[in-house]
Write a new protein. Structure first.
Length: 258
């Protein structure tokens, strides 16, 4: 299951749960007000302010972190495209006899990298393409190293091998960025604070004579929508907020290899 159904499911569950807690808080407030009309809501403002401030802080923390990771993942796509393009251009320093094989290997490698991300949300196919690309790292390095040894006394080893090393390293960096997310406890806490704030809000809204349905629905909807956007930022290849727009940089590099 992709993150889009998961994110929507979490948002819907949070929305419904918050409405339930708002109703519980409202009924609890009404009951206590009947028992003690003067003291039912005394001193609740400080507690509400503290809990709502904590919710706002946590939302700001998770939202800004998710947005920063989204931007970092986009930047890494560009960095990988640059690393591959640089290494491919420096193949000109290799002996002419070694260049055709290396260039063909580079083309197949870029094809595997592009296919890795095009396969999403089929994670099995994506992992298979990723493994195929990783398996080419050793062959790319060994062929480049052999070519540089053959071209002894030229700038090949000084310029080509570091570029190949950067090509290999950026793959690990991108994999780490893809797998970097907040601990599940952060989302559990965010969910729990949303419910706690709903309970307190329902209790506070019980002081009036009329039910404030617009307030309760908007509060629950906005909170649930914010959580959905945070989750969508965290998994930008599976939801509505996508990082695919920058994949054309890798495709452009591949087109330049023809």
């Amino acid at each position: 299951m992709g993150s889009l159904p998961i994110a929507i499911g979490v948002a819907v569950a949070l929305f419904v749960s918050m409405l339930g807690m708002l109703e519980i808080g409202h009924r609890l407030g009404n009951r206590l007000e009947r028992l003690d009309a003067d003291g039912a809501h005394a001193g609740t403002g400080a507690v509400e302010g503290a809990v709502f401030a904590l919710l706002g802080l946590l939302v700001a923390f998770t939202f800004s972190g998710a947005a920063a990771r989204f931007d970092a993942r986009r930047q890494l796509v560009v960095e990988e495209a640059n690393a591959i393009g640089t290494a491919y251009l420096r193949l000109d320093l290799a002996p002419p006899t070694a260049q055709p094989g290396l260039r063909d290997l580079f083309r197949r490698y870029v094809d595997a990298r592009i296919a890795t991300f095009h396969a999403v949300p089929d994670l099995v196919a994506a992992r298979a393409e990723h493994a195929r690309a990783l398996a080419m790292h050793g062959e790319i390095w060994s062929r480049a190293d052999a070519a540089c040894r053959e071209a002894a006394g030229t700038p090949c080893a000084i310029l080509l091998l570091p570029a190949v090393n950067a090509l290999i390293d950026i793959t690990t960096t991108r994999s780490l960025a893809i797998e970097t997310h907040p601990p599940p406890a952060v989302f559990v806490l965010l969910f729990g604070l949303g419910l706690a704030c709903s309970l307190l809000a329902g209790y506070s809204l019980s002081s009036g004579t009329r039910r404030k349905w617009s307030h309760t629905v908007v509060f629950a909807a906005v909170t649930a929508l914010t959580v959905y956007v945070i989750l969508d930022f965290e998994y930008p290849r599976l939801g509505l907020i996508r990082v695919d727009a920058v994949d054309h940089f890798l495709a452009d590099v591949r087109a330049g290899m023809e």
